[in-house]
Design a protein around this ligand. Structure first.
Ligand code: PMP
Length: 393
């Protein structure tokens, strides 16, 4: 566990917390969640279940009705064809990834030729920090591919081929990328899936931001390529599309064999997900269209406000982010000289109360991640303070 050192993100969070405790207004451009109250119907359903009073252990794979609804939501929105026994409810998307890598990289993994092999997990960068961190916890080896800003931070089949090793067994793909906001077109995804298949890789596709696409472009799920269904694993979550981060509800969609193993692992770890949260999740899916579209619209409005405020205070345009909650900007484009990304983020917070996340946390030094997921009031004031701070450097 020695590799688990405190990250700059944690340092930044703790400075922000102590400022808030001292009554100082902090402009929150660092959140990883859509800041909105959970929809009333979801809260009502969870409360009704609590009031019923009978709250036993859950079944390890999740309530059958919830698994059916999750499959229905995926199939309707993302051209997949999952059925109940190809789906398990997990404690958020993060634990879904944890369980998957625990099994696939572990001694009893079905993808290992030899129990002592060390698996290489291919991780495109900039990456969500937990991919390499969880990979290392599982004694596997992250192989990081640096994607290029000039290519919209998209992984290409050529880059994938060049990075693949003899022990590469898994591609950890994120579509609706945290931190860049990138989404892949169907043609790009088809090409990547073809190459992953040629390289005999299992694709774990983290699709938790699928509901936060603003450009009108199709969101392409890796589960919508029937020819590769058996070697594709989808991770989903209610955190972003349903604004339910604290409820800790996620899903894995995969072949039945993998779901059965995940279910067995659940029995020896969490015993399944809180039934209170699961009943809330059922109500969320029953009202999915209204909930998803209202959250999407609210986040789109915040994105537009971020783009407008950036132009106002920095005097130039930024490209309209297509998806997620994030803008990933280089220090150069911000006009920052002589500071590293970590120094910049810490000083911006200490000196003008603006919280942001250094690109180094995502494997991309020299960049900063701003989130527009927080209250709309934070965006204009935060960018104004930031622009003044940069001028003063
Ligand atoms: N994947 C990505 C890319 C994320 O940004 C997050 C949360 N920040 C998660 C997975 C985990 O989501 P959760 O555990 O809340 O479902």
């Amino acid at each position: 566990m020695s590799q688990l050192k405190a990250s700059t993100t944690v340092v930044i969070n703790s400075i922000a917390q102590s400022k808030k405790a001292a009554g100082i207004r902090v402009y929150n451009l660092s959140v990883g969640e859509p800041k909105m109250v959970t929809p009333q119907v979801v809260r009502d359903a969870a409360c009704a279940f609590i009031q019923n009073g009978d709250i036993p252990y859950p079944s390890p794979a999740g309530l059958p009705k919830l698994r059916d609804l999750a499959c229905g939501w995926m199939n309707k929105n993302y051209k997949t064809d999952y059925v109940q026994n190809e789906c398990i409810v997990t404690t958020g998307g993060k634990f879904a990834i944890y369980l998957l890598l625990q099994y696939l990289c572990g001694k009893s993994s079905s993808i290992k030729e030899n129990p002592n092999d060390i698996i290489d997990v291919i991780v495109p960068a900039p990456y969500w920090v937990s991919y390499p961190a969880i990979t290392k916890i599982m004694d596997a080896n992250p192989i990081v591919i640096n994607t290029k800003e000039s290519n919209g931070w998209k992984l290409t089949p050529e880059e994938l081929k060049a990075a693949s090793t003899k022990n590469s067994k898994i591609l950890m793909l994120n579509n609706g990328v945290n931190p860049t906001g990138t989404i892949y077109t169907r043609a790009e995804m088809q090409a990547l899936m073809n190459t992953a298949n040629e390289l005999d890789l299992i694709v774990i596709s983290d699709e938790v931001y699928s509901g936060l696409v603003y450009s009108g472009d199709e969101y392409v799920s890796c589960g919508s390529f029937p020819e590769y269904k058996d070697k594709t694993i989808i991770v989903q979550s209610m955190s972003k599309s349903f604004s339910m981060t604290g409820w800790r509800i996620g899903y894995i969609f995969a072949n039945k064999e993998i779901i059965d193993v995940m279910s067995a692992l659940s029995t020896q770890s969490t015993t399944g997900v809180s039934l209170i949260a699961q009943y809330g999740a059922i109500a969320a899916f029953e009202n999915a269209e209204a909930i998803n579209s209202s959250i999407n619209q609210t986040m789109k409005d915040r994105r537009d406000e971020f783009v407008r405020a950036y132009k106002k205070h920095f005097g130039k345009d930024i490209e309209n982010p297509k998806a997620t909650l994030y803008v990933f900007a280089s220090l150069e484009s911000l006009g920052v000289k002589g500071l590293t990304d970590e120094e910049f983020c810490i000083r911006a917070l200490e000196e003008v109360n603006v919280a942001s996340v250094p690109g180094s946390s995502f494997g991309q030094p020299g960049y900063v991640r701003f989130s527009y997921g927080s209250d709309i009031e934070d965006l204009d004031g935060g960018l104004e303070s930031l622009a003044k701070f940069i001028k003063s450097l």
